[in-house]
Every structure is written in C-alpha cells, then in structure tokens.
Design a protein around this ligand. Sequence first.
Ligand SMILES: *Cc1c(COP(=O)(O)O)cnc(C)c1O
Length: 338
Amino acid sequence: MFFASDNAAPCPPAIMDALMRANAGFAMSYGADAATTALRDQIRTLFDAPEAEVQLVTTGTAANALALALYTPPYGSILCHRHAHIEEDECGAPEFFTAGAKLHLIDGAHGKITPDALTTALAGAGGAVHSVQPSALSLTNVTEAGTVYTVAEITELASIAKARGLGVHLDGARFANALAATNASPADMTWRAGVDVLSLGGTKNGLLAAEAVVLFDPSKAWELALRRKRAGHLTSKMRYVSAQMAAWLDGGLWLDMATHANAMAARLATGLAMIEGATLAHPVQANIAFARLPASAHARAKAAGAVYYDMGDGLCRLVCSWCTTADDVDALLAAFNG
Ligand SMILES: *Cc1c(COP(=O)(O)O)cnc(C)c1O
C-alpha cells in the first residue's frame, strides 16, 4: 500500500534488462554512443518532429530549468501555476538557471491555468523598463493537482502566450499519464499545440533516472548543449540513461505503464467516492488522487501500513504507479472504510 509517489516504485524488469544489455563492453562517453543516437532518433520519430533536438538529463528539475533558461533572460518572467513544481519543489532552480528570472504565479482551480487568467496576467505584465518582461509560459501535464489539460486547452493557452512572443514549456514529468488519459499523440500534445520545449519525464513512470529535454526549435540546440554541460548535467555514461528510455518507449511500454497507473487511480477514486465522509479535492484524471478523509480513516490506513503524504486538514495525496495493483487499491480502500 505504497501511495506516496510514483517515483518510489521500482523499475520494471524490461528496464533493468536493458541496463544489463547496455553494460556490454566499451562505448563512447558523453552521448557519442550508438544507443544515444538511436534513442534521439526514436524520440524524433515518435514526436513526428525530425528536426527536434533531444538531450537527456537525470532529473526533472534539470530538464525544466534548462528548458526554461532557453526562453527566459535574467530580466524575464516565467508564467506558471501557483502550485507548479517549478515554484514549489525545485529550490529556485529555474531562477538559478535563468540567472535570476522571476516566476509569475497564476491561480487556477485544480492545478490548471485558464485562458482568462493567463490573458489577465499578461495584460499587467512587462512593458515598462521597471518590470520583468514576460518570457515563457510553463504548463504542467499531468498537473500537480492530478488533472489533465486537453490538447485543445494547451493549444489555446499556447496561442495566447505566443501572441505576446513567449516561449511555451511543458513540464511532462507525467507526460505519459497525460497521453494515456487523453489518447492524444505526442506531437498533438506538444509542438502542434504550440509547445516549444518539453520536459519528457521517465522517472515517475518506471525509469531509474532518465528525463529528456525535447526541443522543437533546433536553432537553440547548441545553447542547450552548452547549458546542460555547464550545469553539470552532461552524463558521461550516457548510454545507461539512453538504454532506459529506449526500452521504455519500445513497444509502447511507457504508455502501457501509464495506462495501468491511471486505471488504478480511477479505481481508487471510485472507491473513495463511496466512503462515508470522504471527498475528492480534485477530479481524478490521471494517476493521482487528492482526498479529504476523516482522521479515523487515516488512522486505520496508517495502522494497516499504508504510506502516503498528508497535506494537513485531512487532505492526502495518493499516487498510483505502474506497479500499483488492484489489491493494493482495494486494501487501502478497505482500511479507510474500517
Ligand atoms: C517529479 C516532478 C518533476 C521532476 O522532479 P525531479 O525530482 O527533479 O526529478 C517535475 N515536475 C513535476 C510536476 C513533478 O511531479
């Protein structure tokens, strides 16, 4: 009954097997190996974006901060949701990597920015020499509240941002879960919707440590390469990072795992709705549920060995992963029910 986070899950055997296969003999370092070249092509093909630049890092924070730095000067601002990971969980990395840009926080129900809120934020931003200049919009899909932006919603937000000349970043720590939830294609959810750069997350969905910056404007590729190295994120034994991500994409494993995690969260949400005194704080649209439960229900679940984050006031976050089982979900529900 481990619902603390999807990055607390182990790696599936296919990923560990791929690492063992990658461990055969010598290969050139710093990404000059055949596995990395093949993976970069695999991602370009998957995104229907033959010109895209793909660079690997090992944390989502690095992917986000490097991606945002490409679009944001030190005197710029990054518009994002008030509860965005870049605001709450990255220790100022975007500010650091941009050499001081400001995050411009936008409120919105259920972790989402609305077109109206974005338009209002932009109306009051920039202009005079006295203020930071709006430079990038950062969206998160799956959002931090466990909700999902549709392709149409991303398209609308991106077009508002583009009309003001902003770059558009998508934090896809749970991109696979968002695709699984919407049945959208990778291209439709990114560049065709106006996204300039994607943080493609693997670690929350079964990888050991692999994230990709997928940059749809290849003219910034060299800058990204230099920024990654300067930031200390050019992994010398890159083949092991590449091997993970290639095995994850092969045969659609990444989407199968995300689909399963989403289905487990849906099962959880259905069960929670039937518990006396329980309410869902946000619609459950992917692999995360936020629920408010009576203290007695929490006490029973904790006593039964359930692990999850308490957010205070009876609210908890329950995250399903590729290896959450229906039995895990049912056992948690039974404990909550008493
Ligand atoms: C987990 C997560 C990240 C990446 O976090 P790291 O711990 O740096 O890998 C980025 N964005 C969101 C929304 C996340 O949930």
